[in-house]
Each structure stands twice: as C-alpha cells, then as structure tokens.
Design a protein. Structure first.
Length: 183
C-alpha cells in the first residue's frame, strides 16, 4: 500500500506528537511530589547533592513520605557504618605503625557506638519519638567526626577512611533534618 507524500507527512507528525505527549506524561505527578520532598529535605543537609543521589538511588523512595525517607536514610547510615567498621578492622590488621593502630582502635570504638546509636534511632523512628531519633543521629555523626578528628597530625588518615567518615556524617545529617521536621 502506497501513501501519498502528504499522507506520510501527516502520519509522521502524528507519531511525533504522540511520542512527545507520552514522554511528557510518562512521569506521574506523584513522582514530581517526591522529588519536591527530597529536594526540600536535601537542601538543608550538609551535602545536598549527595543527599539527593542517596535518596533517589534507593528504589523504594518512590512515593515515600517524610517518615519513609527517615527509614531509608537510617538504613543507608547503618549499612555505611557497618561497612566502615569492617574497613577499620582490616586497617588495624594491615598496619604495624603503633600510632595508626591506636587511632584505628579509637575509630573502631566510635563506630561500634555509632552503629548502636543508629539501631536505637531506628527503634525511636518506629515508635514516633523523633526527638530521640535526632539525639541518636547526632551521636552517630559525632562518632565519625571523632574518628576523623583523630588524624589531626601525621600519620595521615587513609583517603578511603576519610571518605567513609564524610559519608556517615552526610547520611546522619539527612536523618537530623528529617527528624527535626517530624518532631
Ligand atoms: C571515640 O573513641 C575514643 C576511644 O575509645 C573515646 O575516647 C572517645 O570519647 C570516643 N568518642 C565518641 C564521640 O564516642
């Protein structure tokens, strides 16, 4: 079957119009509202771009309300603190430098405290005690900050540990903003 050239132009235009329309409406409005909530929360954290990336990388954050985002950020912080605690254990095993060893051991204690604090924060979020969520998240952040602060003079903090400390502080900062808003 042959189309005249004008019919072809009309068909192509219709197809184009249809695909543009479906592109425009592919994202339901609900998602746009989530983006607003994530953007609003993240703008108040210590690392907004990291915050947006972290919350959006988690598939269940689609449709999550403030409390759901609190849950997600606590989960992310727990996973991060646990991974860093393992990193610190391996750093302890790898070094012969007594000064580094001592610093890593302090970090290890700080991180086990932080992991405990985050576990408690999760319980308080579930029971709706948002003030206590805030206090525990702040203590967990202090643990990473104290670990990082232990490397004021040489020997230098390994880049991997420095990055991990920053990451936990960034994640705890999200929990702080959310628990403040929920309180
Ligand atoms: C971190 O660990 C060291 C060594 O146990 C301790 O002196 C310090 O108080 C801890 N800091 C925090 C915030 O837990």
């Amino acid at each position: 079957m042959a189309f005249s050239s004008s019919t072809r132009v009309i068909l192509v235009s219709l197809l184009l119009a249809f695909s543009l329309t479906s592109l425009t409406f592919a994202r339901p409005n609900v998602r746009a509202q989530d983006d607003d909530l994530i953007g609003e929360v993240c703008s108040k954290t210590r690392n907004p771009s990291f915050c947006v990336q972290a919350l959006k990388s988690d598939p269940p954050s689609g449709g999550a309300d403030l409390r759901g985002l609190g849950q997600i950020s606590i989960d992310l912080a727990q996973a991060s603190a646990t991974a860093t605690s393992s990193l610190i254990d391996s750093l302890i095993k790898q070094t012969n430098d007594p000064k580094l060893r001592e610093r890593y051991k302090s970090c290890s204690e700080n991180y086990s405290d932080s992991i405990g604090d985050l576990g408690e924060a999760k319980g308080f979020l579930n029971s709706g005690d948002y003030g206590s969520v805030n206090i525990r998240a702040s203590a967990a952040l202090d643990g990473a900050d104290t670990c990082d602060g232990g490397f004021a003079g040489p020997p230098a903090e390994p880049a991997e540990l420095k990055q991990a400390n920053q990451k936990l502080e960034d994640l705890c900062s999200i929990i702080l903003v959310i628990s403040n808003r929920l309180a």
